[in-house]
Write a protein that binds this ligand. Structure first.
Ligand code: ADP
Length: 461
């Protein structure tokens, strides 16, 4: 049994990957569990050295890794190169964090006692990752797990297994033992169940859609596994009356159109003060109209294909629903789709006169569509922005520190960009509130989910 990997820009087959059988996955889980005993005892400096080796090898092969990524995911080559840098930044960061897993001692309540707090790796970690960032979504889980002394097994998305398989190959070349970092391929629900039912797995870490995340949390309950969940988003962008409009447009472009709008942190609702909404909308439409749509391997491409038909149909339905309910198309609303050849391109689209009745204001679109609505007061903007079950990223533009302070204190989102449309960084904690997730990845927070706390009370001294 094989998984056929296709280039979403052309529909051409770019690779065939062996699907692992249930028995093979069970064996991999067993091996990961057995390897934990040794790996957790390897000293932190050596684990850090191996992680640095891995990062260096990925960087030495950046051209090849980026091209694999563009072929299976569709994103422009320059974005794939950017993602590889982002992916190795996590490895570099956690190689250093490995050296800072500190315990503590607590003053005891009698002279005859000592109290020591140790941090220990939690065990075998199982990860499930999405197709939109095939490298970085893996390294930001694998690197802290390995740094902490955990062993790691990962199932990539069926659409994009090749990038990750290359990264795992390079990890082995770097000297990371093969049972410490493993990749298995198969259907999400099948592999997911094997992971959650396994008594060897102590933690599930997942990046993907909210419904699948909820399912994995439920399935993890029976064996009380730790979970980290990076789920969907529905990011608002608020443009205040005083904002530097040109800068806000430039940054909104970065947030909205990276990876053809297929990111969980991308702008999904743009709320602009009524006095500047016309200027902002015209400028955003002009900038969106200048983007080049095409095959990610072409150097001039800014917007690659949509990953698959399901994604394409959701986007077109959101746009149609908005138009049917009165939205005005400023640019875009143009498609190049071919069911037979299996490619689906959506041209950057800017929609104005968006209102609350439209699906696009409530659901994640995951495409290059920018819906704009207006507001009168900053309080109203916050109310609209927070009116969602999601709480991942939010952005706002203002140079008034009182407005900015009010906004960042009242927006219920885990990641806030104030005059910043590109917030992600390996050294900062990424993650969402509400139904956008549990836990944080990156930053000093990012290694915590892979550690247990053990307290030792020594008596009779
Ligand atoms: P999308 O709809 O964007 O593909 P998903 O959440 O369905 O997002 O997919 C993200 C990852 O979750 C992929 O690796 C996919 O194989 C996996 N997946 C899908 N369904 C399940 C499931 N029921 N259990 C575990 N993993 C799943």
């Amino acid at each position: 049994m094989v998984l056929i990997v296709k280039n979403p820009a052309t529909g051409e087959v770019v690779g065939e990957v062996k699907k692992h059988s249930e028995a093979e996955i069970m064996e991999a889980l067993e091996n990961g569990h057995d390897a934990f005993g040794q790996w957790s005892k390897v000293n932190a400096h050596e684990r850090a050295r191996l992680l640095r080796n891995w990062s260096r090898l990925i960087q030495e092969n950046i051209g090849e890794v980026a091209e694999i990524m563009t072929r299976e995911n569709g994103k422009p080559l320059k974005e794939s190169v950017g993602e590889v840098h982002y992916a190795t930044a996590y490895i570099d960061w956690f190689a250093e964090e490995a050296l800072r897993v500190y315990g503590r001692t607590i003053p005891a309540h009698t002279e005859s006692k000592r109290i020591i707090v140790n941090r220990q790796p939690i065990g075998l970690v199982a990860a499930i990752t999405p197709w939109n960032f095939p490298a970085a979504m893996m390294t930001r889980k694998a690197a802290p797990a390995l740094a902490a002394g955990c062993t790691f097994i990962v199932k990539p998305a069926e659409e994009t297994p090749l990038t990750m398989m290359k990264l795992v190959e390079l990890a082995q070349e770097a000297g990371i033992p093969k049972d410490v970092l493993q990749v298995v391929n198969g259907e999400g629900p099948v592999v997911g169940k094997l992971f959650t039912e396994s008594k060897h797995v102590r933690k599930i870490t997942f990046t993907g859609s909210t419904p699948v995340g909820k399912q994995l949390i439920k399935e993890s309950a029976d064996t009380v596994k730790h979970v980290t969940m990076e789920l969907g988003g529905h990011a608002p962008v608020i443009v205040a009356e005083d904002a530097d409009i040109d800068f806000a447009v430039e940054q909104t472009m970065l947030s909205k159109f990276r990876n053809a709008g297929q990111t969980c942190v991308c702008a999904n609702r743009i709320l602009v003060h009524e006095n500047v909404v016309d200027e902002f909308s015209e400028k955003l439409a002009a900038a969106a109209g200048r983007l080049t749509v095409g095959n990610g391997l072409d150097e001039q491409t800014d917007i690659g294909p949509i990953i698959n038909k399901k994604g394409y149909e959701k986007i077109t339905a959101h746009v149609q629903d908005a138009i049917d309910k009165g939205a005005e198309v400023l640019v875009g609303h143009q498609y190049d789709a071919n069911d037979e050849k299996e490619y689906y391109f959506v041209y950057p689209t800017v929609l104005k006169n968006i209102d609350e009745r439209m699906t696009i204001m409530h659901e994640e679109t995951f495409g290059p569509i920018a819906p704009i609505t207006s507001f009168k007061t900053i309080e109203e903007a916050v109310e609209i922005a927070n009116d969602t079950a999601y709480g991942l990223a939010a952005y706002f533009f203002t140079n008034d520190y009182r407005v900015g302070t009010y906004l960042h204190e009242n927006l219920n989102f885990g990641i806030i960009g104030w005059n910043d449309g590109a917030t992600s960084a390996a050294h900062a904690p990424f993650g969402g509130m509400k139904e956008s997730g549990l836990g944080r990845e990156g930053g000093t927070e990012g290694i915590e989910p892979y550690l247990e706390t053990k307290y030792v009370s020594i008596g009779n001294l």
